[in-house]
Design a protein around this ligand. Structure first.
Ligand SMILES: O=C(O)[C@@H](CO)OP(=O)(O)O
Ligand SMILES: [Mg+2]
Length: 416
């Protein structure tokens, strides 16, 4: 029923106007799945390798398709993903491209779900999933690698941790985004948008903290539930390894100063979430900051599940790159208490699941994430529900972002 009978690959557009890989997987009973690879701009140096789409497609056609078509069952995700690894043979997908691998892996999951007649989240997570939803982290102001002449910090995020439903959470983030536009207008600041649809105003990080803090407070009072404030600092992009300092325009901070700066911002703005506050190789700095503001990596979760609002989440994205070995190093050194999960960083859904499982066993919060270059693909919405993730980071506005947010609303409405 779920035996793979064909895999088609093509180049399609992503949200930045670049080419990316799309895969179609078909099974013998007519199950069909289509998925496309996203692409990062602030990529971690330890990520699986993305090849130019044309090269990734050619290599996957040559090496992977013979191991998939007529050979594996789309309903057996581990078998599909093992075939992709065997076809690649390198450990980091540099032969067939992590972009080809992830597109095929996700398309196979959808084809398996289709053949079995189950929604994707249920195929991936089992029949008891679908009642608990992630808190959407909404990028509302940003710069870094996602927008020129804007803030040094890559993402200022709204985190509607008190929203009574995922739909209200999604609309709360859109309301914060809209409120920021008004506040920037009041200040006479013009603002275009960055790669993920966040406002990209030419203001200092300090001013962005003020504007986002005010917008979050305004929308929180208007809607009557708690909206937290978070950041993705993408600090590896700020770090000058030769000098050992973080560079914010003409200001620099040593590692100790960076830890102090982040801890001060956590206190001042009551941050619920800080991603990549330090360089992607600085486990020590992550553990120092986690000990200071993260409540310790093994702090008990007072609510017994779901988002851990009792502590600031210190999340590793470029640090862990969805990789179980790097996460294990983090667990051993108590570096961070949350992990960003991006399937294309590691190349397959099975590898992403392994990282989620290891994180959960060790009380690390999981945050399922988009990339700055995206498509209309909605797999990550299903992955978040399937794994009971506490958070999803997938933007606030813009078609490729709302595709995932609206899919969460549909899942909650039993409409998928
Ligand atoms: O750093 C990040 O978390 C992501 C997504 O927001 O950006 P990119 O895809 O450019 O790595
Ligand atoms: Mg990040």
């Amino acid at each position: 029923m779920t035996q793979v009978t064909s895999v088609a690959l093509r180049r399609v557009l992503d949200s930045r106007g670049n080419a990316t890989v799309e895969a179609d997987v078909l099974t013998d009973s007519g199950g069909f799945g289509r998925a496309a690879a996203p692409s990062g701009a602030s990529t971690g140096e330890h990520e699986a390798i993305e090849l130019p789409p044309g090269a990734a497609i050619a290599a996957a056609r040559e090496h992977a398709l013979p191991r998939l078509v007529g050979e594996v069952y789309a309903g057996n995700q581990r078998e599909v993903d093992a075939a992709l690894h065997a076809a690649d043979g390198t450990g980091n997908f540099s032969e067939i491209g992590a972009n080809s691998a992830v597109a095929i892996s996700m398309a196979a999951a959808k084809a398996g779900a289709d053949a079995l007649g189950a929604p994707l989240y249920q195929h991936l997570g089992g029949t008891f999933r679908g009642d608990s939803f992630p808190v959407p982290l909404g990028n509302v102001v940003g710069g870094g690698e996602h927008a020129k002449e804007a803030t040094h910090i890559q993402e200022f995020l709204a985190a509607p941790v008190g929203a009574p439903s995922v739909s209200e959470a999604v609309f709360a983030n859109a309301a914060v985004h809209a409120r920021i536009s008004e506040l920037l207008d009041d200040r006479g600041v013009p603002a275009g948008k960055g790669d993920e649809g966040a406002w990209a105003p030419p203001i200092s990080d300090g001013e962005a903290f003020e504007v986002v803090g005010e917008a979050v407070d305004d929308v929180e009072s208007e809607l009557g539930f708690e909206i937290g404030f978070g950041l993705d600092m993408a600090a590896a992009e700020l770090y000058d390894a030769d000098e050992g300092v973080y560079v914010y325009g003409d200001q620099t901070r040593s590692t100790a100063e960076q830890v102090d700066y982040v801890a001060d911002m956590v206190d001042e703005y009551d941050l619920v979430y800080v991603e990549d506050p330090l360089d992607e190789n600085d486990y020590e700095g992550f553990s120092a900051l986690t000990a200071r503001v993260g409540g310790g990596a093994s702090a008990p979760n007072a609510s017994g599940g779901g988002p851990r609002a009792d502590r600031t989440l210190i999340c590793g994205d470029d640090l862990f790159v969805t990789n179980v070995e790097r996460l294990q190093d983090g667990i051993d050194t108590e570096a961070g208490n949350a992990i960003l999960i991006k399937p294309n960083q590691i190349g397959t859904l099975s590898d992403a699941f392994d990282a989620i499982e290891l994180a959960t066993e060790n009380r690390y919060e999981t945050v399922i994430s988009h990339r700055s270059g995206e498509t209309e693909d909605t797999t990550i919405a299903h992955l978040a529900v399937a794994t009971d993730a506490g958070f999803i980071k997938t933007g606030t506005v813009g078609g490729e972002r709302t595709a995932k947010l609206n899919e969460l609303i549909r899942i909650a409405d039993d409409a998928v």
